[in-house]
Design a protein around this ligand. Structure first.
Ligand SMILES: Cc1cc2nc3c(=O)[nH]c(=O)nc-3n(C[C@H](O)[C@H](O)[C@H](O)COP(=O)(O)OP(=O)(O)OC[C@H]3O[C@@H](n4cnc5c(N)ncnc54)[C@H](O)[C@@H]3O)c2cc1C
Length: 462
């Protein structure tokens, strides 16, 4: 077991070595350590920095996706990743593809208006089908499972508040597809329907779960087959723009110059783009895999869950076809001690105060699971990018022509990143932000960068 003492956030803000091993990285793909060429190319058309969901999705949309216009004008694309391919948050998450905007809809409406909030809700929901279609089209084996998710409330006041907001929005016809997908259950039925002890009300709605690393590596191998030059173990330590408008990235293996650059480094983004310091902050989360001994009796779980507790704490879990569960959250154990998670890039150690949180989790929370001996088989940490205004930052960086950012996806990137990156690729091709299908409030702007309003540090999680 790794040490539980967090290394302080280094000023260089690079991913650390010896990261904890998440369950998703226990079966490694042949491209995990891949370098397409022994030396870094000195030139390319498009440089992608960061090999997680955002960077890999960008490479796929550019080279292998429906919009890639392959045979005629194929750009040369290089992807630089500091560690192994898909070794950041994407391979450390809960595997939960769960559109859950409804819970924040009222506050989004207050902040951004009905239209922008509805757009966001429908955008997230559309990801479930988009990923289902992608997995089918590319025949990707990644345990993709389409299912329903329960959002469970154990506190009467919280349940009452969320229920009222839901019925108001539904009556007003706001975010209709999302609202029509939700089913509310309360009273005595709530515990029975959800299977969660103490549940006083719950929503169920469409969601999916999958093996994120396998999805990403399949997409990455499609990109490589279509010409992507992949360079793992190549951290970018600086970027600069020349007077001719090109971008040069510095790495320990030499430098590379590109016409356009996409910075997809998630929580680490402010190291290369200092204007995002304090705007997108690296924050550590914790996740576990719970295994049930064979031949034990307990109610079968085939839905995913969000468990919302009083005080804003929120856990979430997915069941796997091998009978195990991936459970994440535990914020109530560490949220008050910022030094353990806020502005922390160390995923080589656990969050000490939360390292026992998942012990007996299923026994404590699920009806009929008391005696089955479910135990934590593995626990790991990962680094998210949290935003001061809770909204991801996407688009051309203000004042940096040709440099695009896609970062700050918090604990909720899976129902967002795929179509965001499709939009980013259209931006690279000269389209306007307003025309590429990315929710308008994600646009990175000077106003957002200049704003001093802090929305708070409890951000979106799946
Ligand atoms: C514990 C945990 C649980 C989560 N659970 C869920 C969930 O169930 N559902 C959900 O929707 N979301 C979840 N998330 C969030 C989700 O995983 C992220 O939003 C998403 O993976 C972000 O993808 P990304 O590509 O932006 O970042 P990453 O996957 O972190 O990729 C960024 C990459 O950039 C690389 N990099 C950084 N700096 C440099 C540099 N200077 N040079 C080169 N490379 C660099 C990193 O090594 C990393 O590989 C969870 C996150 C965590 C940590």
């Amino acid at each position: 077991m790794s040490s539980t003492i967090a290394k302080p956030c280094p000023s260089s803000l690079l991913p650390v070595k010896d990261s904890t091993t998440p369950f998703w990285r226990t079966q490694l793909h042949e491209l995990d350590d891949h370098q397409s060429t022994p030396d870094l190319p000195s030139l390319c058309d498009i440089l992608i920095i960061g090999g997680g969901y955002a960077g890999i999705a960008a490479s796929y949309h550019l080279l292998a996706g429906e919009d890639s216009n392959l045979e005629t004008s194929k750009p040369s694309v290089v992807l630089l990743e500091a560690r192994e391919a898909c070794s950041g948050a994407t391979a450390r998450n809960g595997g939960h593809l769960r559109p859950a905007v409804y819970a924040h809809l009222s506050s989004y409406i207050k902040e951004y208006g009905v239209e922008a909030a509805s757009e966001l809700a429908e955008f997230e929901l559309s990801h479930v089908k988009a990923i289902a279609d992608l997995v089918e089209k590319e025949k990707i084996e990644c345990d993709f499972t389409l299912t329903k998710s329960f959002d469970v409330f154990t506190d009467n006041d919280m349940a009452e508040e969320i229920k009222e907001a839901y019925f108001e929005l539904k009556a007003a016809g706001i975010a209709k597809t999302t609202m029509d997908d939700l089913v509310w259950t309360e009273g005595e039925d709530a515990e029975k329907v959800s299977g969660v002890k103490g549940c006083v009300g719950c929503f169920s709605f469409t969601a999916a779960h999958l093996w994120p690393y396998k999805l990403m590596m399949a997409l990455l191998s499609r990109s490589v087959a279509h010409g992507l030059n992949l360079q793992t173990h190549t951290p970018v330590t600086g970027i600069s723009r020349s007077s001719s408008g090109t971008w040069t990235a510095i790495t320990p293996r030499g430098s590379i110059t590109a016409r356009q650059v996409i910075i997809a480094t998630n929580g680490y983004v402010s190291a290369r783009l200092p204007e995002y310091s304090g705007k997108i902050v690296p924050c550590r989360g914790i996740c576990s895999r719970i295994v049930v001994p064979p031949f034990t009796q307990h109610p079968h779980i085939d839905k995913t869950y969000g468990l919302r507790f009083p005080g804003g704490s929120h856990d979430y879990l997915i069941p796997r076809s091998d009978g195990s569960l991936i459970v994440s959250g535990a914020r109530s154990k560490f949220i008050t001690d910022q030094s353990t998670w806020y502005n922390v890039v160390d995923d080589s150690s656990l969050i000490e105060s939360a390292s026992n949180y998942f012990d007996n989790y299923m026994q404590d929370h699920f009806l009929g699971w008391e005696e089955n001996g479910a135990y934590v088989e593995r626990i790991w940490t990962g680094i998210m990018g949290f935003n001061d205004d809770k909204i991801p930052s996407v688009g051309e960086v203000p004042g940096r022509e040709g440099c695009f950012i896609a970062a700050g996806f918090e604990g909720h990137g899976m129902p967002v990143i795929w179509l965001v990156m499709r939009g980013v690729v259209s931006l690279l091709n000269g389209k306007r932000f307003e025309d590429v299908g990315i929710p308008r409030i994600y646009k990175t702007t000077k106003e957002r960068l200049d704003s001093t309003t802090q929305v708070g540090q409890v951000s979106t999680t799946s």
